[in-house]
Ligand binder design. Structure first.
Ligand SMILES: NC(=O)c1ccc[n+]([C@@H]2O[C@H](COP(=O)([O-])OP(=O)(O)OC[C@H]3O[C@@H](n4cnc5c(N)ncnc54)[C@H](O)[C@@H]3O)[C@@H](O)[C@H]2O)c1
Length: 397
């Protein structure tokens, strides 16, 4: 089959690889009808989410049809699911499942197509995939939900909804969403669903800011305005009630406008942060360049929050990241919540929302590309080309 394979930092290829095989009784092999590129994949290729093994198939967002299962998975009494046995799953944290992670209890979130220390499974940017714990993991889609909608519900919508949920947004509150990539767009949509009164959206890419504005957010271009000053000005110097970091480790510093002056003073510290999180990088022209200010969003969010506000961090940081403005956060009585989304907890609810027409996730999907054009698609998404917000890959075309 064809699959997108990680060969090294800055080096991904569309390869012919062996079809996946069943290993455990609770596995299924599924044919993937649609998959997508995520900002998390970019961190891995840029080297800012290190530990990737060459040969790993990338990708963790997909819609699937026609599972060919072993007789065990098809049997009416499958073995107890991890959800039934494991403490973290019972608490709703399926993304911290102790049983499912091949690296054991000390590892964090097991990723499809993730770095070795995370406890990865082969990824989903392929024609077929092995899905472990299929009886607990796969979610049946009603006919009203299309494959295009399903890929958006497979990761980024639940991740953003999780981010808005743990931010503890109360009706009428003001929420700042940092990053207007696909996850940030769904964070805006989710904040609306949870009753936010105002949403301030921060980024610098014009087409992404335009989409945020079309969703009803007030937008701040960090190369034109200082986001901390702007949030204070727009909230009568109080600050925002809740902030969501939908950027992560590849945050960039402003290079013009009033915020650039402050960023210049912090350039040395940012440089050191990049060294720590990405000791090895491999840029190729304009592609695969790590962000130059990993802590930028954390710093802006903590400064822009009202006292006793909440910061929800869903942007991904590697375990090697050690920078956080703890002093300001502590002295403002902030609440910090964060993590990898426990998708299984949110999927049925979001499938229901899409099925009923409460929200149509397709408004965020901007590109549909054949899997055969995947490298060009990755490069355009990596450089945030105008209009390239969410990219679907179609294995069959
Ligand atoms: N926690 C989870 O479960 C989960 C799930 C999916 C994705 N993610 C993470 O969410 C983040 C966003 O994903 P995406 O697909 O939208 O990525 P993306 O790279 O497409 O979007 C990131 C956006 O942040 C903007 N940005 C960069 N520096 C900024 C700054 N200083 N201030 C404000 N905006 C800035 C960029 O211009 C870009 O538009 C990534 O870190 C990804 O790994 C987390």
């Amino acid at each position: 089959m064809k699959a997108v394979v990680f060969h090294g930092i800055g080096d991904i290829r569309l390869d012919k690889v062996h079809d996946p095989k069943l290993k455990d009784p609770t596995d299924a092999i599924v044919r993937l009808t649609a998959n997508a590129i995520c900002g998390t994949d970019l961190h891995m290729i840029r080297g800012t989410f290190p530990g990737m093994e060459p040969g790993t198939i990338l990708g963790h967002e997909s819609a699937r049809t026609s599972a060919t299962s072993t007789s065990a998975t098809a049997s009416s009494s499958p073995p107890p699911s991890p959800a039934a046995r494991a403490r973290n799953c019972r608490a709703g944290y399926s993304s911290q499942c102790d049983e499912a992670n091949p690296n054991g209890k000390d590892a964090g979130t097991a990723f499809f197509g993730g770095p070795k220390p995370s406890g990865p499974f082969q990824g989903l940017q392929a024609e077929y995939a092995r899905v472990p714990f299929a009886h607990a993991d796969l979610v049946e889609l009603p006919p009203e939900v299309s494959d295009d909608q399903a890929i958006l519900i497979s990761d980024i919508f639940p991740s953003a909804y999780f981010g808005a949920n743990i931010a503890n947004i109360q009706p009428g509150e003001t929420v700042a969403v940092f990053g207007c990539g696909p996850v940030g767009q769904f964070a805006i949509a989710s904040a609306h669903l949870l009753g936010a009164g105002r949403i301030l959206a921060i980024d610098t890419v014009a087409s992404r800011l335009a989409m945020a504005r079309a969703q009803g957010a007030e937008v701040i271009d960090f190369n034109e305005e200082d986001p901390v000053e702007a949030t204070r000005r727009l909230t009568n110097k109080i600050g925002v009630d809740r902030a969501i970091d939908a950027v992560g480790v590849d945050a960039v510093a402003p290079h013009q406008g009033p915020a650039a002056k402050v960023a210049k003073l912090e350039a040395k510290q940012h440089e050191q942060e990049v060294q720590e999180v990405a000791p090895k990088t491999n840029p190729d022209g304009v592609n695969w360049i790590p962000g130059d200010a990993p802590s930028q969003v954390l710093s802006w969010a903590v400064q822009g929050l009202a006292k006793a506000g909440t910061l929800s961090i869903i942007g991904v940081y590697p375990e090697t990241a050690r920078f956080f403005p703890i002093g300001i956060a502590m002295n403002k009585n902030l609440t910090l919540r964060m993590g990898n989304c426990p998708h299984r907890k949110y999927l049925p609810k979001l499938v229901g929302m899409v099925r009923s027409g409460l929200i149509d996730p397709l408004k965020i999907l901007t590109q549909r590309e054949p899997l055969t054009d995947v490298i060009a698609a990755y490069k355009a998404f990596d450089t945030r080309q105008p209009g390239w917000i969410k990219v679907e890959l179609q294995p069959a075309s």
